[in-house]
Design a binder for this molecule. Structure first.
Ligand code: F6P
Length: 356
């Protein structure tokens, strides 16, 4: 078979490991040929391709980024965009397409599938918020990077008697904040799922310092929300401009939080935004293995004819689920992880409001 491969949306450590696994198993076990579409859906719209063979995937397993490059191009925003995508696949003689991406990329894959394209999805996002799968690759790497940053910030906060707010990625789900906050021993963890009262946050820090602690670490997801719903706080730190899927560019809640905390508590406060550092560099061993398993799962699905499906991790098994299920909703931090995040925090004043 001839199989097209593309990577779409924000990049993610482990993308190259997926591509490598798809190509190696395809060539060694099925005698497939491959064509790589460059820069996400843009590659199909603008006919940008590269050869994908054993030599092009050589040495890429530990490399971050993606050899196919990526973009947030949305074909549905272009006149006859979806039709062009299907035509491009035909032109290159592709019998099937493997689309590696998050909910945006996979929602385009689903549209193409309903238009008759044979497509299989692979779930990718450092945010870990895709429905239907237990973990997406890249998340573990991001959590490890954020945890190391929190450990480093700890020692300088302690040395200076400061509060430090660490902003991590997580637009609509706080998986990275929850995991790295727990792993890094944060004193306050703020996630989009649970809007927070800034006065309660300040009071928690005051109480902690009254107990003799003289520094605090706050971990906030970029999409965390103030409970007064006032967009001028977190949401409005969003920079101008939206991508082609309509998502605002978030960043800045740490700065707003730091100034509010300092004003309310009188404790010197600083902020750090980890940003794209969380997405760059080499994947962890866990992510390399998971990404490889997803890639192997996807090429097997192509040969079983399981189109309109996505490779997913359930428990410790790679299974196949409908793309429609994966894009139906955004996967929020579950109650058990929420309880773990809150369970180790000061109980008295920090009441987590019910899930928004
Ligand atoms: O795709 C997930 C993500 O990493 C979000 O956490 C973040 O808000 C966004 O991508 C950043 O996107 P970009 O790289 O386009 O600035």
């Amino acid at each position: 078979m001839k199989v097209g491969v593309l990577t779409g949306g924000g990049d993610c450590p482990g993308l190259n490991a997926v591509i490598r696994a798809v190509v190696r198993k395809g060539i060694f076990h099925y005698e497939d040929g491959f064509v790589g579409f460059m820069e996400g859906w843009r590659g199909l719209l603008e006919d940008k391709t590269m050869d994908l063979d054993l030599s092009s995937v050589g040495g890429i397993l530990p490399r971050g980024g993606t050899i196919l490059r990526t973009s947030r191009t949305n074909p549905a925003k272009y006149p006859e965009g979806l039709k062009h995508c299907a035509e491009s696949l035909k032109k290159h003689g592709c019998d099937a397409l493997i689309a590696i991406g998050g909910d945006d990329t996979l929602s385009v894959a689903q549209k193409l599938f309903t238009n008759g394209v044979k497509v299989v999805g692979v779930p990718k996002t450092i945010d870990n918020d895709l429905a239907g799968t237990d973990f997406t690759f890249g998340f573990d790497t991001a959590v490890n990077i954020a945890t190391e940053a929190i450990d480093r910030v700890h020692t300088t906060a302690e040395a200076h008697n400061r509060v430090i707010v660490v902003e991590v990625m997580g637009r609509s789900a706080g998986w990275i904040a929850a995991y790295s906050g727990i792993a890094g021993g944060a004193d306050v963890i703020l996630i989009p799922e649970v809007p927070f009262d800034i006065e309660q946050v300040a009071e928690l820090i005051r109480q902690r310092h009254a107990r003799g602690r003289y520094f605090s670490i706050v971990v906030a997801a970029e999409g965390a929300k103030f409970s007064d719903g006032n967009e001028k706080h977190g949401g409005a730190a969003a920079q101008d401009g939206r991508d082609e899927f309509g998502h605002p560019r978030l960043s800045g809640i740490a700065l707003t939080l730091a100034s509010e905390i300092e004003k309310r508590t009188g404790f010197e406060t600083r902020s750090v935004v980890l940003g794209h550092i969380q997405r760059g560099g080499s994947p962890t061993a866990y992510d390399r293995v998971l990404a490889t398993r997803y890639g192997l799962g996807a090429i097997d699905m192509v040969h079983r004819g399981e189109f309109g499906q996505m490779a997913a991790l359930r428990g410790n098994k790679i299974i196949s689920i409908p793309l429609a299920e994966a894009i139906a909703s955004n996967r929020k931090v579950d109650q058990e992880i929420l309880d773990a995040a809150v369970g180790i925090l000061d109980k008295l004043d920090y009441k987590v409001s019910p899930r928004a």
